[in-house]
Write a protein that binds this ligand. Sequence first.
Ligand SMILES: *Cc1c(COP(=O)(O)O)cnc(C)c1O
Length: 334
Amino acid sequence: MTALAVTIEDIRAARPFVEQMAIRTPLKPAPKLSARVGRPVHLKLESLQPTGSFKIRGAAAKIVPLTEDARAAGVVTASTGNHGRAVSYVANALGLSATICLSEHVPAGKVDALAGFDCTLDIAGPSQDAAFERATAMSQAPGGPTLVHSILDPVVLAGQGTCGVEICEDLADVGTVIVPVSGGGLMAGVATAVTALAPDARLVGVSMEGGAAMHASLRAGHPVELPEVDTLADSLQGGIGLDNDTTFPIVRELVDDLVLVTEDEIWAGMRHALHEHRLVLEGAGAAGIAALLADRIELADGPVAVVCSGANAELDQVARLATDVPAVAEGWAG
Ligand SMILES: *Cc1c(COP(=O)(O)O)cnc(C)c1O
């Protein structure tokens, strides 16, 4: 077996850089979910990060330690929104220039949110792949900016792993850790940390039913591409890259299960977060809650940590969620 791209030492090394930009998020007890699954459930509120998602961890791990020369050349990335927002935030905080290449499918609210940062937006075509190609080409030009890739850069993955270290420190007997998965950057980091610090814990990923590239790749035994499908969990859209030698091997090696949730289940997860916790989560951020409510996850003994990865829902969605009162008390009736 070749070595995995990230180690617990890499995560420990990233931590001081992450701590300059990200907050240590709370683990909030979730009494109704706990009663439902018969174990203490805690929500790891990455939605409270300054940019509304965990992605600030990986961005900080990569950008904060850059040399003066590299800082002068700035940074570039391709993003469905939250990663671009995190890269811009960290770059702005350090006074660096940031260029964000986006696909034209990114929702208006996320583009507007990026407009609030000091960064150059580059709408680079119909897909994430086109955006990524443009960002790569810029970074390869002489004196070009540093590419901050959300899943293929081991330093970024190490940054995301600090979320897993915090879970293990705050919940030493954690039995199951539930993580939303798209390209698997968050899961790769968290799985590396949890495997080192709580080796008996069960690791379960959650993706949406339509266009779950990591799920299809695990099935196939190698990275595959799927067409992008519209989903409430737009932060979970996108591929894993056909040459993925970072997150794919880590997820295949360390993760116990990867389950899929429907659009209705994602909506129910978002609604549960708002109604029961007064917590705004975007679809991706609520995927773990959705999977628990839908009984999709086989749980180990001991407490459950659910990573609530992001807050950045569109406001009209939040308005609809607020007034969407289920006819029967949610899910309790079975
Ligand atoms: C990026 C993102 C994810 C998925 O992260 P990957 O590292 O691509 O698996 C999940 N939730 C939110 C809110 C995100 O922004």
